[in-house]
Design a binder for this molecule. Structure first.
Ligand code: CTP
Length: 449
């Protein structure tokens, strides 16, 4: 009996999938089909899969070609399966030609010709119209966003805005974009959604204006610096039926998400402490160290260091205290925020012009988790216990600048998927704005004497 195996996502099941399975079955007597999990697809960089795993399995089953359906959930599984299921032939479409030649040591490898002019990607773009994105603000982070957008299907950058025409023009030229403007109305005519990457204090007006023009908004962190403003913006976003999302990249990356799941599953028992640190040495003349109203270490990095605290311990802290080291111009170059909860403590440690170890430690009654620097680009973490033979290390991907994950979620939210379990909730964004507000108030009071 000849045993054949093939794999795929089989999203939005189509003619190409059907023909592939039919021919795969004809290669032998028994066909096993591996269907990828969402987690594995995300890990290998395939974002925006539409159908659930169960639906995709059901669609494969309905063809009647599969004698057995298995789930593919990790790198290296194919070889394991070939040995485990005593496979004679491994087959996939010709878009993969050469990619699996290394498996010839284990079985025969056959690339079947791919059906022309059809793919899940094409169907996704027909089902959901391509989102036209406009960029507001052309600083460093905006420049890092442009290449990342290309990795997410269903969204395209159409135009860029900067109040200074020359800056908009320069940015458009650098990234070969046709449309640039210093007129917001003009930008809104060209786009369905905006990514706001302007200085912190301008976010509120840009967000409000964009929502009023019925544009979905992805806004850099900190989204706003006042709790009431955040509440108001989420309210008007809801009224105008648009998505409003705060772009804290860590919140959306697979490694951090996995870390939260492990904590929630009780791996370290009851969490008693969360300590998060983010520091950077910067040119003393940079905007972040010279803008005496909005600069400083806490407004710059607080969104990152507060994220695990709010995610793990929640928003209901009993007490919050800030301690800062300030420069001559009154800006904090180093700030620690101390949280007291009913059953836990937490510290957010931020430095701009001060360097420390950028790690995250989550301590509990059964052990602790150490996420090495840079924890905000979570690629690995270790659960450590009293008996260190019980320690476990976890690995995840964080590709390039990691902005693709938040863009992927933005697209999914616009298309109506992420609503039930957003990775960063509106209440968390509101709480973050509230903490920023408390900090800025205290800093202002201290400056005045
Ligand atoms: N396939 C095919 N012909 C097509 C599309 C896919 O033969 N027109 C094959 C692929 O080569 C693979 C299997 O079907 O062996 C499952 O592919 P999958 O990646 O799930 O489908 P795609 O349509 O290629 O998905 P996407 O556009 O998301 O990459």
């Amino acid at each position: 009996m000849k045993r054949v195996i093939t794999y795929g996502s089989f999203d939005l099941f189509h003619e190409g999938h059907y023909r592939l399975l039919k021919r795969a079955k004809a290669l032998g007597d028994y066909l096993i089909v591996g269907v990828t999990t969402e987690h594995y697809d995300e890990w290998r960089g395939k974002m925006n899969v539409v159908d659930s795993l169960m639906d995709r399995i059901e669609n494969v089953r309905k063809t009647g070609f599969a004698d057995e359906i298995i789930i593919e959930d990790h790198e290296g599984q194919k070889v394991e399966d070939i040995i485990k299921y005593k496979i004679d032939i491994f087959t996939v479409g010709s878009d993969w030609t050469g990619a699996f030649d290394f498996m010839k040591d284990y079985c025969e490898v056959i690339y079947l010709e791919r059906t022309k002019d059809i793919s899940s990607t094409i169907l996704r773009s027909q089902k959901y119209k391509i989102i036209r994105l406009g960029i507001i603000g052309t600083g460093r982070i905006a420049a890092r966003m442009v290449p990342e957008v290309k990795y997410v299907s269903g969204i395209n950058i159409n135009a860029v805005y900067n109040p200074h025409m020359e800056s908009a023009k320069k940015f458009a030229k650098q990234f070969e974009m046709n449309k640039y403007t210093n007129d917001l109305e003009e930008l809104y005519e060209e786009v369905d959604a905006v990514y706001i990457a302007s200085p912190h204090q301008t976010h509120y007006e840009y967000i409000k204006n964009s929502i009023k023009h019925h544009k979905h908004v992805l806004c850099e962190k900190p989204m706003v610096l006042k709790e009431k403003q955040a509440e108001e913006l989420f309210q008007i976003a809801e009224e105008n039926r648009v998505v409003l999302m705060e772009a804290i990249k860590t919140a959306y990356c697979p490694g951090f998400h996995r870390l939260l799941s492990i904590v929630r599953s009780g791996a370290v028992g009851n969490v008693c402490d969360v300590e998060a640190c983010f520091t950077k040495l910067e040119n003393p003349f940079c905007r972040e160290l010279t803008d005496t109203v909005y600069g400083g270490s806490f407004t710059e990095f607080g969104s990152y260091t507060l994220l695990p605290i709010l995610k793990i311990l929640g928003k209901k802290y009993k007490d919050l205290e800030f301690k800062s080291q300030v420069a001559e111009n009154g800006l904090d170059i180093y700030t620690k925020a101390y949280f007291t909860y009913d059953n836990a403590l937490a510290t957010s440690k931020n430095g701009l012009g001060v360097k420390s170890e950028g790690q995250l430690i989550i301590s509990g009654t059964r052990g602790y988790i150490l996420v090495d620097a840079p924890w905000w680009k979570t690629t690995s973490f270790e659960v450590r216990r009293e008996d260190n033979s019980q320690n476990e290390k976890y690995f995840s991907k964080f590709l390039n600048d990691g902005l693709r994950y938040e863009i992927g979620d933005f697209v999914s939210s616009i298309n109506g998927f992420e609503e039930k379990f957003p990775k960063l909730t509106k209440d968390e964004s509101i709480a973050l704005a509230g903490i920023m507000e408390k900090f800025l108030l205290k800093r202002e009071q201290e400056k005045c004497g």
